[in-house]
Design a protein around this ligand. Structure first.
Ligand SMILES: Cc1cc2nc3c(=O)[nH]c(=O)nc-3n(C[C@H](O)[C@H](O)[C@H](O)COP(=O)(O)OP(=O)(O)OC[C@H]3O[C@@H](n4cnc5c(N)ncnc54)[C@H](O)[C@@H]3O)c2cc1C
Length: 84
């Protein structure tokens, strides 16, 4: 099986209405605002995993990024995902 050209299923989330910017070509959420890769153009809205633009589309990346983000938000840690 070959799967190419995947896009994010963000079109029905009303992201524009709340001010979250997306990449018009693949509908993925733009991050990197305020120096944090998962932070969107709206201060209290984050994106992780495949729906975030310019990250490797891999399960371990999505899982670890989400875990690190949750720890930063709720436990006030400082560790963030290294996407390189
Ligand atoms: C064919 C294929 C093979 C792959 N093989 C590998 C591999 O071998 N190794 C690897 O590491 N990665 C692989 N991947 C990539 C991996 O599947 C993704 O990177 C990973 O699933 C991303 O996790 P995620 O949570 O960001 O997104 P997803 O796993 O896609 O989860 C998103 C969830 O959100 C739900 N959702 C979507 N829209 C809405 C909405 N509007 N409201 C509410 N819920 C919504 C979906 O139903 C889904 O449950 C593969 C992907 C594909 C397509």
């Amino acid at each position: 099986m070959l799967a190419i050209g995947r896009t994010a299923n963000t079109h029905n989330l009303n992201l524009k209405k709340v001010g979250v910017q997306t990449n018009e070509s693949n509908l993925k959420v733009l991050g990197g605002f305020s120096g944090e890769f998962e932070k969107t153009s709206v201060n209290n809205i984050y994106a992780v995993g495949d729906c975030l633009d310019k990250v490797p589309e891999l399960t371990p990346i999505a899982q670890q990024s989400a875990s690190l983000l949750a720890h930063r938000i709720f436990l006030k840690t400082v560790h963030s995902q290294n996407y390189l």
